[in-house]
Design a protein around this ligand. Structure first.
Ligand code: SDX
Length: 341
């Protein structure tokens, strides 16, 4: 329902405050987000100095940490202060991603446009021109679909960090670090790489069967919890199909649908189906988002979900400290170093 009727701003408000906003509250919240998009000049300058080769998720980690040093609320722990930090982080992450892309491409920095909504503004900063309304809306829906998803690895990483009473910025950096992994947020970028490796529809089945034969994970499939078709993937598949037709380029979607058919035939009985990462990359491809920015875009969307879980958990905080079963030898003698072989 949120993907159909809401916006990323409205969904963010719901996640942070636990209820859908009134018209006035949404206007105030959206205005706050627009005002907090800009980066401190030192952070902008630093983005220009960073090397172009690291993965943008590494840049995101550095820049979110760096921006926190200039956050006027950085020492505040009260709910209002933390909420201002959260809205600032959520609003600045798109700017960090876009600024880095511009500087690494040798382009002039395009500052945020306060007239544009969250989704449209990112595409504007990335491409230097205002996006078509329908494409901004498709991107807004993709952000909503990625905004929150329970205790996934990156959200849990944020909560573990926050449970020590560390700060929200550090918790978000922990989450970014966890999301980067190919088994989590990093899968979307690898799906497009896989589609390119396959190259043509007639090679798709053989590629998948070979991957399964050597027990190689096919990116974009499976889930630690979902053992059914990820409902987010169904919606993203529709938009991937729509944009493929709009741009008259069906190569990716045809190969993707064939992979889906083979994977469900081979592993459906094990509960392996497309997840949110399988079709999102095709949507981002047609929205002109560079492939190595797919996971940073996931982080841009999920930042509010991370923050919402941290704020909720720390209202009744207990430090996370899991136990482990020791399965090693009962007794091991200490052998002096000179006698060790
Ligand atoms: C996200 O938690 C969240 O909510 C995450 C997320 C979110 O919104 O935050 O939904 C986003 O991270 C989605 C997942 C993105 N990752 C990928 O697409 C990477 C590929 N997928 C896998 O590596 C895997 O499916 C996991 C990591 C997602 C889940 O791993 P599990 O729980 O270990 O998989 P499983 O136990 O269900 O596997 C059962 C069997 C195994 O074979 P056997 O050991 O029984 O022989 O299915 C196989 C697995 O090897 N299998 C796969 C597979 N996923 C599972 N085989 C091939 N390709 C795959 N993708």
């Amino acid at each position: 329902m949120l993907a159909k009727y809401s916006t990323y701003e409205e969904t963010s408000y719901l996640l942070l405050y636990g209820e859908l906003p009134t018209k006035e509250a949404l206007e105030e919240f959206s205005t706050k987000m627009r005002r907090l998009r800009d980066l401190p000049k030192k952070v902008e300058d630093c983005l220009r100095e960073l090397p172009p080769h690291p993965h943008p998720m590494d840049i995101l980690k550095v820049a979110v940490s760096h921006a926190a040093l200039y956050d006027p609320d950085r020492l505040r722990c009260c709910r209002e202060g933390v909420m201002r930090k959260v809205i600032r982080i959520v609003s600045q992450i798109p700017t960090i991603i876009a600024y880095y892309h511009q500087t690494r491409s040798g382009q002039e920095i395009i500052p945020p446009d306060p007239e544009l909504g969250h989704a449209a503004n990112f595409l504007y900063m990335l491409h230097g021109k205002k996006p078509e309304e329908e494409e901004a809306r498709i991107f807004d829906i993709a952000l909503i679909l990625h905004a929150e998803h329970g205790l996934n690895a990156s959200t849990f990483a944020a909560m573990v960090t926050a449970s020590t009473l560390s700060d929200i910025n550090s918790a978000i950096v922990s989450a970014i670090s966890a999301l980067k992994g190919s088994l989590h947020g990093g899968a979307n970028e690898r799906v497009l790489k896989m589609l390119d490796e396959i190259g043509s529809l007639d090679k798709a089945e053989k590629y998948v069967l070979n991957a399964l034969r050597v027990k190689r994970r096919v990116m974009g499939f499976g889930h630690r919890v979902y053992k059914t078709y990820d409902p987010r993937a169904r919606i993203l598949k529709e938009y991937a199909e729509y944009l493929s037709n709009k741009y008259n380029d069906r190569k990716y979607i045809e190969i993707g649908k064939k992979i889906e058919e083979v994977m469900i035939r081979e592993l459906g009985k094990k509960g392996i189906f497309p997840n949110v990462d399988f079709y999102s990359g095709i949507v981002y491809h047609f929205l002109g988002i560079p492939r190595d920015l797919f996971t940073p875009v996931f982080a841009m969307a999920r930042s509010v979900g991370w923050a919402a879980h941290v704020c909720e958990y720390t209202t009744n905080n207990r430090i996370f400290r899991p136990r482990a079963y020791y399965i090693g030898p009962e007794y091991v003698e200490y052998v002096p170093i000179e006698k060790r072989r």
